[in-house]
Design a binder for this molecule. Structure first.
Ligand SMILES: O=C(O)CCC(=O)C(=O)O
Ligand SMILES: [Fe+2]
Length: 320
Protein backbone atom coordinates (compact mmCIF):
# COMPACT_ATOMS: atom_id res chain seq x y z
CA UNK A 1 0.00 0.00 0.00
CA UNK A 2 1.59 3.35 -0.97
CA UNK A 3 2.15 5.68 1.98
CA UNK A 4 -0.11 8.73 1.83
CA UNK A 5 1.62 11.79 3.16
CA UNK A 6 0.11 14.73 1.35
CA UNK A 7 -2.93 16.69 2.22
CA UNK A 8 -4.80 19.05 0.01
CA UNK A 9 -7.20 21.89 0.66
CA UNK A 10 -10.55 20.86 -0.78
CA UNK A 11 -12.98 23.67 -1.60
CA UNK A 12 -16.07 24.18 0.52
CA UNK A 13 -19.53 24.64 -0.97
CA UNK A 14 -21.53 26.79 1.46
CA UNK A 15 -25.21 26.01 0.92
CA UNK A 16 -26.35 29.11 2.79
CA UNK A 17 -24.93 31.49 0.19
CA UNK A 18 -25.41 31.99 -3.54
CA UNK A 19 -22.41 30.67 -5.48
CA UNK A 20 -20.07 33.57 -6.27
CA UNK A 21 -17.79 33.34 -9.28
CA UNK A 22 -14.62 32.73 -7.25
CA UNK A 23 -16.14 29.85 -5.32
CA UNK A 24 -17.68 28.50 -8.52
CA UNK A 25 -14.30 28.40 -10.19
CA UNK A 26 -12.65 26.54 -7.29
CA UNK A 27 -15.60 24.16 -7.09
CA UNK A 28 -15.42 23.58 -10.81
CA UNK A 29 -11.72 22.84 -10.64
CA UNK A 30 -12.27 20.40 -7.77
CA UNK A 31 -15.07 18.58 -9.62
CA UNK A 32 -12.92 18.27 -12.74
CA UNK A 33 -9.55 17.46 -11.21
CA UNK A 34 -10.21 15.87 -7.82
CA UNK A 35 -13.81 14.72 -7.74
CA UNK A 36 -14.08 15.66 -4.04
CA UNK A 37 -15.18 18.72 -2.05
CA UNK A 38 -16.83 19.64 1.28
CA UNK A 39 -20.30 21.05 1.87
CA UNK A 40 -21.26 23.25 4.87
CA UNK A 41 -24.44 24.85 6.18
CA UNK A 42 -26.33 21.79 5.03
CA UNK A 43 -28.94 22.10 7.75
CA UNK A 44 -28.24 18.86 9.65
CA UNK A 45 -27.35 19.45 13.27
CA UNK A 46 -24.48 17.92 15.24
CA UNK A 47 -27.08 16.46 17.56
CA UNK A 48 -28.76 14.60 14.69
CA UNK A 49 -25.45 13.06 13.61
CA UNK A 50 -24.54 12.03 17.12
CA UNK A 51 -27.98 10.49 17.78
CA UNK A 52 -27.91 8.65 14.49
CA UNK A 53 -24.39 7.40 15.15
CA UNK A 54 -25.23 6.19 18.61
CA UNK A 55 -28.36 4.34 17.42
CA UNK A 56 -26.29 2.82 14.62
CA UNK A 57 -23.57 1.70 17.02
CA UNK A 58 -26.24 -0.04 19.10
CA UNK A 59 -27.30 -1.98 16.03
CA UNK A 60 -23.77 -3.01 15.04
CA UNK A 61 -23.17 -4.12 18.64
CA UNK A 62 -26.00 -6.69 18.39
CA UNK A 63 -25.10 -10.40 18.09
CA UNK A 64 -24.10 -11.50 14.63
CA UNK A 65 -26.98 -14.05 14.37
CA UNK A 66 -29.46 -11.25 14.84
CA UNK A 67 -27.83 -8.94 12.27
CA UNK A 68 -27.72 -11.79 9.78
CA UNK A 69 -31.53 -11.78 9.80
CA UNK A 70 -31.17 -8.67 7.63
CA UNK A 71 -28.77 -10.09 5.07
CA UNK A 72 -26.89 -10.91 3.01
CA UNK A 73 -29.14 -13.86 2.29
CA UNK A 74 -32.40 -12.58 3.80
CA UNK A 75 -35.08 -11.06 1.59
CA UNK A 76 -34.37 -7.58 2.99
CA UNK A 77 -30.66 -7.75 2.08
CA UNK A 78 -30.00 -4.59 4.01
CA UNK A 79 -27.06 -5.91 6.03
CA UNK A 80 -23.61 -6.60 4.61
CA UNK A 81 -21.62 -8.56 7.20
CA UNK A 82 -17.88 -8.42 7.70
CA UNK A 83 -15.65 -10.38 5.30
CA UNK A 84 -17.56 -9.34 2.17
CA UNK A 85 -16.18 -5.86 1.42
CA UNK A 86 -13.32 -6.41 3.87
CA UNK A 87 -12.82 -8.23 7.17
CA UNK A 88 -13.33 -4.93 9.00
CA UNK A 89 -16.35 -3.49 7.17
CA UNK A 90 -20.04 -4.12 7.88
CA UNK A 91 -22.93 -1.99 6.71
CA UNK A 92 -26.65 -1.42 6.86
CA UNK A 93 -28.53 -0.03 3.88
CA UNK A 94 -31.65 2.13 4.06
CA UNK A 95 -33.43 2.90 0.79
CA UNK A 96 -35.41 5.95 -0.23
CA UNK A 97 -37.74 7.50 -1.01
CA UNK A 98 -39.58 5.86 1.89
CA UNK A 99 -36.65 5.68 4.28
CA UNK A 100 -39.06 5.07 7.18
CA UNK A 101 -40.45 1.82 5.77
CA UNK A 102 -37.04 0.60 4.67
CA UNK A 103 -35.54 1.24 8.11
CA UNK A 104 -38.64 -0.09 9.89
CA UNK A 105 -38.52 -3.45 8.14
CA UNK A 106 -34.95 -3.87 9.39
CA UNK A 107 -35.72 -2.53 12.88
CA UNK A 108 -38.74 -4.84 13.22
CA UNK A 109 -36.58 -7.87 12.50
CA UNK A 110 -34.02 -6.74 15.06
CA UNK A 111 -36.13 -5.37 17.88
CA UNK A 112 -39.73 -6.43 17.24
CA UNK A 113 -42.52 -4.03 16.37
CA UNK A 114 -42.09 -1.39 19.07
CA UNK A 115 -38.99 0.36 17.91
CA UNK A 116 -39.65 3.33 15.66
CA UNK A 117 -37.15 5.93 16.92
CA UNK A 118 -34.45 4.88 14.48
CA UNK A 119 -36.87 4.67 11.55
CA UNK A 120 -38.20 8.16 12.25
CA UNK A 121 -34.68 9.58 12.46
CA UNK A 122 -33.70 7.88 9.22
CA UNK A 123 -36.77 9.21 7.45
CA UNK A 124 -35.83 12.72 8.51
CA UNK A 125 -32.17 12.22 7.63
CA UNK A 126 -32.98 10.63 4.26
CA UNK A 127 -35.30 13.42 3.19
CA UNK A 128 -32.81 16.05 4.33
CA UNK A 129 -30.10 14.31 2.29
CA UNK A 130 -32.38 14.30 -0.76
CA UNK A 131 -32.76 18.10 -0.45
CA UNK A 132 -29.02 18.56 0.05
CA UNK A 133 -28.29 16.34 -2.96
CA UNK A 134 -30.51 18.50 -5.14
CA UNK A 135 -28.74 21.69 -4.07
CA UNK A 136 -25.32 20.13 -4.48
CA UNK A 137 -26.20 18.80 -7.93
CA UNK A 138 -27.38 22.23 -9.03
CA UNK A 139 -24.01 23.64 -7.99
CA UNK A 140 -22.18 20.79 -9.75
CA UNK A 141 -24.16 21.42 -12.94
CA UNK A 142 -23.22 25.12 -12.75
CA UNK A 143 -19.60 23.97 -12.94
CA UNK A 144 -20.28 22.76 -16.48
CA UNK A 145 -21.13 26.35 -17.45
CA UNK A 146 -23.67 27.53 -19.94
CA UNK A 147 -26.61 27.50 -17.47
CA UNK A 148 -26.44 23.72 -17.31
CA UNK A 149 -28.26 23.76 -13.98
CA UNK A 150 -31.37 25.49 -15.28
CA UNK A 151 -31.20 23.63 -18.59
CA UNK A 152 -30.76 20.13 -17.31
CA UNK A 153 -31.68 19.70 -13.65
CA UNK A 154 -35.40 19.10 -14.21
CA UNK A 155 -35.18 17.12 -17.40
CA UNK A 156 -32.30 14.86 -16.39
CA UNK A 157 -32.06 14.67 -12.60
CA UNK A 158 -35.55 15.02 -11.15
CA UNK A 159 -36.05 11.23 -11.14
CA UNK A 160 -32.94 10.59 -9.03
CA UNK A 161 -33.30 8.53 -5.87
CA UNK A 162 -31.11 8.08 -2.84
CA UNK A 163 -30.03 5.36 -0.44
CA UNK A 164 -28.02 5.47 2.73
CA UNK A 165 -25.30 3.08 3.78
CA UNK A 166 -24.38 3.15 7.45
CA UNK A 167 -20.90 1.69 7.77
CA UNK A 168 -19.14 0.34 10.83
CA UNK A 169 -15.41 -0.32 10.56
CA UNK A 170 -13.91 -2.48 13.30
CA UNK A 171 -10.15 -2.97 12.96
CA UNK A 172 -8.43 -5.64 15.05
CA UNK A 173 -7.46 -4.45 18.53
CA UNK A 174 -3.95 -5.81 18.11
CA UNK A 175 -3.41 -4.10 14.75
CA UNK A 176 -0.35 -2.32 16.11
CA UNK A 177 1.09 0.55 14.10
CA UNK A 178 0.04 -0.96 10.80
CA UNK A 179 -2.45 0.78 8.55
CA UNK A 180 -5.31 -1.50 7.63
CA UNK A 181 -7.50 -1.25 4.56
CA UNK A 182 -11.08 -0.93 5.81
CA UNK A 183 -12.56 -0.53 2.33
CA UNK A 184 -10.51 -1.08 -0.80
CA UNK A 185 -10.04 1.30 -3.69
CA UNK A 186 -13.23 1.85 -5.69
CA UNK A 187 -15.30 4.44 -7.51
CA UNK A 188 -18.94 5.04 -6.60
CA UNK A 189 -21.77 4.03 -8.92
CA UNK A 190 -23.75 7.16 -8.00
CA UNK A 191 -24.23 10.59 -9.55
CA UNK A 192 -22.92 12.05 -6.31
CA UNK A 193 -22.17 10.60 -2.88
CA UNK A 194 -22.43 12.63 0.33
CA UNK A 195 -20.56 11.26 3.34
CA UNK A 196 -20.66 12.01 7.02
CA UNK A 197 -17.62 10.54 8.74
CA UNK A 198 -17.02 10.52 12.48
CA UNK A 199 -13.89 12.11 13.96
CA UNK A 200 -11.64 9.05 13.40
CA UNK A 201 -10.80 9.82 9.75
CA UNK A 202 -9.29 7.45 7.22
CA UNK A 203 -11.09 8.34 4.00
CA UNK A 204 -8.57 8.84 1.19
CA UNK A 205 -8.91 9.92 -2.41
CA UNK A 206 -6.56 9.16 -5.26
CA UNK A 207 -5.16 11.91 -7.44
CA UNK A 208 -4.93 11.46 -11.21
CA UNK A 209 -1.22 10.90 -10.71
CA UNK A 210 -1.96 8.02 -8.36
CA UNK A 211 -0.99 9.67 -5.07
CA UNK A 212 -3.27 9.07 -2.04
CA UNK A 213 -4.60 12.10 -0.16
CA UNK A 214 -6.37 12.13 3.22
CA UNK A 215 -9.90 13.56 3.17
CA UNK A 216 -9.99 14.53 6.82
CA UNK A 217 -13.19 14.85 8.83
CA UNK A 218 -13.97 18.53 8.99
CA UNK A 219 -16.19 20.03 11.68
CA UNK A 220 -19.74 20.72 10.46
CA UNK A 221 -18.90 19.59 6.92
CA UNK A 222 -19.95 16.69 4.79
CA UNK A 223 -17.75 15.22 2.08
CA UNK A 224 -19.11 15.11 -1.48
CA UNK A 225 -17.66 13.01 -4.26
CA UNK A 226 -18.61 12.73 -7.90
CA UNK A 227 -19.71 9.24 -8.95
CA UNK A 228 -19.39 7.23 -12.17
CA UNK A 229 -22.84 8.16 -13.50
CA UNK A 230 -21.94 11.83 -13.40
CA UNK A 231 -18.56 11.20 -15.00
CA UNK A 232 -20.32 9.54 -17.95
CA UNK A 233 -23.18 12.09 -18.10
CA UNK A 234 -20.68 14.99 -18.17
CA UNK A 235 -18.73 13.34 -21.00
CA UNK A 236 -15.79 12.83 -18.66
CA UNK A 237 -15.55 16.49 -17.67
CA UNK A 238 -16.31 15.71 -14.02
CA UNK A 239 -14.13 13.15 -12.27
CA UNK A 240 -15.29 10.10 -10.35
CA UNK A 241 -12.13 9.43 -8.43
CA UNK A 242 -10.96 6.28 -6.75
CA UNK A 243 -11.09 6.36 -2.98
CA UNK A 244 -10.68 3.98 -0.04
CA UNK A 245 -10.80 3.88 3.74
CA UNK A 246 -7.65 3.23 5.72
CA UNK A 247 -7.83 2.46 9.43
CA UNK A 248 -4.87 3.93 11.26
CA UNK A 249 -5.93 3.30 14.85
CA UNK A 250 -7.43 0.24 16.51
CA UNK A 251 -10.77 1.97 17.15
CA UNK A 252 -14.17 1.69 15.51
CA UNK A 253 -15.12 4.17 12.82
CA UNK A 254 -18.64 5.01 11.68
CA UNK A 255 -19.71 6.70 8.46
CA UNK A 256 -23.01 7.52 6.78
CA UNK A 257 -22.67 7.40 2.99
CA UNK A 258 -25.61 8.71 0.98
CA UNK A 259 -25.67 7.68 -2.69
CA UNK A 260 -27.76 9.82 -5.04
CA UNK A 261 -28.34 7.96 -8.31
CA UNK A 262 -30.26 8.00 -11.55
CA UNK A 263 -33.38 5.84 -11.66
CA UNK A 264 -32.65 2.27 -12.87
CA UNK A 265 -34.30 2.70 -16.28
CA UNK A 266 -32.62 6.05 -17.05
CA UNK A 267 -30.78 6.27 -20.36
CA UNK A 268 -27.49 7.87 -19.44
CA UNK A 269 -26.15 10.04 -22.25
CA UNK A 270 -24.33 13.38 -22.17
CA UNK A 271 -26.51 15.95 -23.95
CA UNK A 272 -24.90 17.41 -27.10
CA UNK A 273 -24.59 20.77 -25.36
CA UNK A 274 -22.63 19.19 -22.54
CA UNK A 275 -20.31 17.39 -24.94
CA UNK A 276 -19.79 20.73 -26.69
CA UNK A 277 -19.24 21.59 -30.31
CA UNK A 278 -16.12 20.11 -31.78
CA UNK A 279 -15.58 17.71 -28.88
CA UNK A 280 -15.72 13.96 -29.19
CA UNK A 281 -18.29 11.93 -27.33
CA UNK A 282 -16.45 9.82 -24.74
CA UNK A 283 -19.26 7.53 -23.53
CA UNK A 284 -21.96 5.73 -25.42
CA UNK A 285 -25.54 5.72 -24.16
CA UNK A 286 -26.37 3.08 -21.55
CA UNK A 287 -29.21 2.07 -19.25
CA UNK A 288 -28.32 2.89 -15.66
CA UNK A 289 -29.29 -0.53 -14.28
CA UNK A 290 -27.16 -2.30 -16.88
CA UNK A 291 -24.09 -0.55 -15.50
CA UNK A 292 -24.97 -1.47 -11.92
CA UNK A 293 -25.37 -5.10 -13.03
CA UNK A 294 -22.07 -4.99 -14.92
CA UNK A 295 -20.30 -3.84 -11.77
CA UNK A 296 -22.01 -6.47 -9.66
CA UNK A 297 -21.12 -9.28 -12.04
CA UNK A 298 -17.49 -8.21 -12.19
CA UNK A 299 -17.15 -7.78 -8.47
CA UNK A 300 -18.64 -10.98 -7.23
CA UNK A 301 -17.41 -11.55 -3.72
CA UNK A 302 -15.34 -8.42 -3.93
CA UNK A 303 -18.10 -5.91 -3.23
CA UNK A 304 -16.94 -2.56 -4.54
CA UNK A 305 -13.29 -3.34 -5.00
CA UNK A 306 -12.38 -1.77 -8.28
CA UNK A 307 -11.85 -3.85 -11.36
CA UNK A 308 -13.97 -2.19 -13.97
CA UNK A 309 -15.48 1.29 -14.12
CA UNK A 310 -17.89 3.16 -16.31
CA UNK A 311 -15.04 3.74 -18.77
CA UNK A 312 -14.70 0.01 -19.32
CA UNK A 313 -18.46 -0.34 -19.64
CA UNK A 314 -19.45 2.58 -21.85
CA UNK A 315 -16.24 4.38 -22.80
CA UNK A 316 -15.67 5.04 -26.49
CA UNK A 317 -12.32 4.67 -28.17
CA UNK A 318 -11.58 8.33 -28.69
CA UNK A 319 -11.50 10.12 -25.38
CA UNK A 320 -11.98 13.89 -25.06
O1 LIG B 1 -16.75 5.20 4.93
C1 LIG B 1 -16.44 6.14 4.19
O2 LIG B 1 -15.96 7.18 4.63
C2 LIG B 1 -16.65 6.05 2.70
C3 LIG B 1 -17.38 4.83 2.28
C4 LIG B 1 -17.42 4.68 0.80
O3 LIG B 1 -16.58 5.16 0.07
C5 LIG B 1 -18.52 3.90 0.20
O4 LIG B 1 -19.30 3.28 0.96
O5 LIG B 1 -18.62 3.90 -1.04
FE1 LIG C 1 -17.26 5.12 -1.99
Amino acid sequence: MPEPNSSIQLPVLDLSKPLQSTSLSSLSQACRELGFFYVTNHGISKKTFSQLCSLSRNIFALPQELKLKLGPSSSIKSYTPRFIASPYFESLRVCGPDFYTSAKSSADKLFGQQHSELSEMLQEYGSKMMEISKKVMEAVLKCLGDNCDTKFYNSEFSGCHGYLRIVNYSPPEDGGEKEIEGLGMHTDMSCITIVYQDEIGGLQMRLKEGEWIDVDPCEDSLVVNIGDLMQAWSNGQLRSSEHRVVLKQPVNRLSLAFFWCFEDEKLVLAPDEVVGKGNTRAYKQFVCLDYLKFRESNEEGKFERIGYTVKDFAGLEHKV
